[in-house]
Design a protein around this ligand. Structure first.
Ligand code: AMP
Length: 253
């Protein structure tokens, strides 16, 4: 499953909290009064029954529990419109595959898997991220080739654009730093062999075999465009979504 769609579907249990954009450095400075919670009843853990019908038939791969904030670190590509052109072109070319193809919403490049953060860890976690990400410089991101991925449960297949060699080096360095923080908080690290990409379209189930036959054709379409436009995107911030809260980390100029 696409990491961002996990978050938009499952969010957190904090339906009552506003959707806010924080600057990580601002979060660091605010000192909140520590409330006395000794008389407050503990809310019992509650399993909420999954209803795939309300989220495009996609299945949850971890239970929704009170106190669990689905979280995720990612890069947002600055020119989404450019990617939307490709979505349209690719969609036409995959129409020969006998399965319903959906457009990926919340276009992003993952820097972490989706992980679960407890509420009391949000502030320390975002501060730790700020510490390791604060020294990273802005960079240009370019794409390489179309690649097909399956999620870990093999329930979805993605048609994605992998980043090119030099962007991969930048993102690997960032991902290593993020992994250090995830490890510190005993959270799952990203892949051992990460392949940074932006997912554009997806299918239910594992459709790798069906897509293998048309991969070359898909790549020809994209390569022509890439050469013609010599397109790069300037990345000057990284993003972290925790439940319905957004944190942004500015990169050094
Ligand atoms: P994303 O667009 O980042 O949500 O990724 C789409 C899917 O690619 C996710 O469900 C990942 O589990 C999957 N994936 C499979 N192999 C890799 C890999 N080596 N690096 C990154 N993502 C991967």
């Amino acid at each position: 499953m696409s990491a961002l769609s996990y978050i938009s579907e499952y969010g957190s249990n904090s339906e009552d909290s506003d959707c806010e954009i924080y600057s990580a450095s601002a979060v660091k400075k605010i000192k909140l009064h520590v409330p006395d919670l000794s008389n407050i009843a503990v809310v019992p853990k509650e399993n909420i029954k999954d209803n795939p019908a309300v989220h495009g038939g996609r299945k949850r791969s971890f239970p929704h529990e009170r106190g669990n904030w689905a979280s995720f670190i990612y890069v947002k590509y600055p020119d989404e419109e450019f990617l939307h052109n490709w979505i349209e072109k690719l969609r036409e070319e995959v129409s020969c595959v006998e399965a319903t193809c959906e457009q990926c919403d919340n276009i992003h490049i993952s820097l972490s898997k989706t992980f679960i953060l407890k509420y009391h860890l949000i502030n320390p976690f975002t501060s730790s991220l700020q510490e390791v990400l604060g020294s990273i410089e802005c960079f240009e991101l370019s794409f390489g080739a179309i690649k097909v991925y399956c999620n870990e449960e093999n329930t979805r297949t993605f048609i994605s654009l992998e980043v090119d060699y030099s962007s991969n080096k930048y993102l690997s360095n960032i991902s290593n730093k993020i992994d250090q923080v995830l490890e510190e908080y005993k959270l799952p690290k990203f892949y051992d062999d990460p392949s940074f990409h932006v997912s554009l379209l997806w299918f239910h189930g594992n459709k790798k075999r069906e897509l293998k036959d048309i991969l070359e054709k898909l790549n020809n379409t994209v390569q022509q465009d890439l050469h013609q436009h010599n397109k790069t995107g300037f990345i000057d911030k990284l993003n972290c979504k925790i439940g319905n809260k957004y944190f942004q980390y500015s990169l050094q100029p």
